[in-house]
Design a protein around this ligand. Structure first.
Ligand code: FRU
Length: 287
């Protein structure tokens, strides 16, 4: 069991389940609705917590009535948020999500009026207390300061960076982390049509993964490139946070000392299991 800190966001997810995706300008009725906590970093922690790790989140919590959903869910999943930055203006980031139950696809409209966690807050955290730090690749300017500081003061603490979307300056972070987790949209935005070519073109020294939907996922470790097929559930019902789940599986296996190729397989299996169910609960095979 490891003590893991994730830096990134928590959101309020308003999820409308529909039986088929509406056409533009259509009016449809949702099959059901859920209001729950989301956000990549905290989704990943939710899964890591079930896998037996002690989880901590540091991000921005706005003091407003809606943040209760976030706080209650973090408490339920035993995620410590005592190192968050509390602000009393703004709004918790909110995602309006259409979840198509026929295909499991999730279409997200995201609204935010919430600053990102600044380096000035991060540098006061007790970094030595953590066995692993995971960063969501968002505010690249502040992240660059955090990563340089981490490398200078705590080079022994392994860290990972999720690279989900292209963001100005994000490439400057690649040489500063031990594990890079790329998504298909990021790779495609760089002009690559497959994970293999992209990973082989990278010059960063760390491990790097890239998941590619139904084609599976790849992991590069030095000159070795491992591939894992997808482990599809009987029926795909919910892909919301499948990437966050994959990242959790990878972190968990690596922090437990598993070899990279096995870590990739375990992460892919976990992501497959998640796509066959709604939400993130009961994902550990021991449950
Ligand atoms: C899923 C997710 C949602 C959230 C959105 C934020 O990966 O984290 O929970 O609303 O993405 O971009």
């Amino acid at each position: 069991m490891a003590t893991i800190l994730a830096i990134g966001i928590a959101t309020i997810d308003i999820i409308n389940h529909v039986s088929q995706f509406p056409a533009e300008d259509d009016e449809v009725r949702a099959v059901s609705q859920q209001i729950t906590r989301g956000g990549n970093a905290t989704n990943t922690l939710t899964v890591l917590s079930q896998l037996g790790h002690r989880c901590h989140w540091s991000g921005v919590l706005i003091d407003e009535p809606d943040s209760l959903v976030v706080r209650q869910d973090l408490e339920w999943h035993k995620i410590d948020y005592s190192s968050c930055l509390h602000l009393n203006t703004g709004k918790m980031p909110t995602s309006y999500i259409t979840l198509n139950e026929a295909s499991g696809s999730r279409t997200i409209v995201h609204h935010r009026d919430c600053p990102e966690l600044p380096f000035a807050h991060f540098k006061h955290l007790d970094i030595a207390a953590f066995d692993w730090i995971h960063f969501e690749g968002r505010n690249t300017e502040e992240l660059e300061k955090m990563l340089h500081w981490l490398r200078q003061h705590h080079p022994e603490v392994p860290c990972s960076l999720e690279v989900e979307k292209p963001r100005p300056g994000i490439e400057a972070l690649f040489h500063l982390v031990d594990v890079l987790m790329f998504s298909r949209p990021y790779v495609k935005a760089q002009g690559f049509e497959n994970a293999r070519d992209f990973l082989q073109a990278q010059t960063a020294p760390g491990l790097m993964s890239c998941s590619w939907g139904e084609k599976g996922a790849w992991l590069r470790s030095g000159d070795d490139l491992a591939h894992s097929p997808v482990f599809p559930p009987e029926k795909v019902v919910d892909t919301l946070g499948a990437g966050d789940t994959f990242n959790a599986g990878l972190i968990s296996a690596l922090v437990n000392g598993e070899p990279p190729a096995l870590a990739l397989t375990l992460a892919s299996q976990l992501a497959g299991r998640k796509c066959g169910q709604f939400g993130f609960d009961n994902l550990s095979s021991e449950q």
